[in-house]
Design a protein around this ligand. Structure first.
Ligand code: NAP
Length: 244
């Protein structure tokens, strides 16, 4: 059976690595992006050079109309979808008392509403096929809460609740739903951190190093594979021991 995956936020960072690794595993991958067209094209070129099949698709995943168009494109092109990776996300750092309503709405819509919108569309196909996997990228701050990242933590905790509830709802339909809660991973999301911040974070991590997109992608590959068929509703921490 053909393996078709859609990865949100596949243009950069963790999502980019996930797209590459899934394609290497034999998936035809739809690489979603919103603003970084050049980066998305670079991922597409990298895969096509290796003879791997993929498509890029621009959609703001916080908007229902754009999400629907993206899934219509996927179904028209590949007829099915059996893996959805809800990876795209943004961060917001600052005191909650300084946060504007529009910043709250934006992070909730991009990080959490998008998971609902994309899962809903993917499930239409997965439920009728009685097969499929959804992998959500949460965060360790969704488990523990992070100071000055209250809104971000709330969205990531929301993803955890969503994952657990949806796993119960669609397990009887043959669909696995899991989440990964990464620790500190070196991507553009860490650009505002100083060298000193990075040093302190490394010291706080039992294995004394920060993670890479590859570390998260490895966990995605496992959850996407048949080796994880008996795992659902779980939140897999990939954090070097930062949260135990
Ligand atoms: P990143 O390098 O900043 O990349 C974020 C990705 O999300 C980009 O591909 C971006 O696409 C996409 N994106 C943002 N808003 C979007 C929207 N409205 N519609 C579609 N795509 C959108 O971040 P990252 O570190 O790889 O993070 C990936 C995921 O891991 C996020 O959910 C993040 O919260 C989570 N995570 C990261 C860390 C970490 O330390 N890095 C830790 C825990 C969890 P465009 O640029 O094309 O808009």
């Amino acid at each position: 059976m053909e393996k078709i995956a859609l990865v949100t936020g596949g243009s950069r960072g963790i999502g980019r690595q996930i797209c590459i690794d899934l394609a290497e595993e034999g998936y035809k991958v739809i690489i979603n992006y919103n603003k970084s067209e050049e980066s998305a094209k670079e991922v597409e070129k990298t895969l096509k050079k290796r003879g791997l099949e993929c498509e890029i698709f621009k959609a703001d995943i916080s908007k229902e109309k754009e999400v629907k168009k993206m899934f219509d494109f996927c179904l028209e092109k590949y007829k099915t979808i059996n893996l959805l990776v809800n990876n795209a996300g943004i961060s917001f750092e600052g005191l909650i008392t300084d946060m504007a309503e529009e910043d709250w709405d934006k992070i909730v819509n991009v990080n959490l509403k998008s998971v609902f919108l994309c899962s809903k569309e993917a499930l239409k196909t997965m439920i009728s096929a009685h097969k499929g996997k959804i992998i959500n990228i949460s965060s360790m701050w969704g488990v523990t809460g992070g100071s000055c990242e209250v809104a971000y933590s709330a969205t990531k905790a929301g993803i955890i609740g969503f994952t657990k509830a949806l796993a119960k709802e669609v397990g009887p339909s043959g669909i696995n739903v899991n989440a990964i809660a990464p620790g500190v991973i070196m991507t553009d999301m860490m650009n505002d951190f100083t060298e000193e911040d990075i040093r302190v974070l490394k010291e706080e991590t039992p294995i004394m190093q920060l993670g890479s997109p590859q570390d998260i992608s490895n966990a995605v590959l496992f959850l996407a594979s048949e080796k994880s068929n008996f795992i659902t509703g779980q939140i897999i921490g990939v954090n070097g021991g930062f949260v135990i």
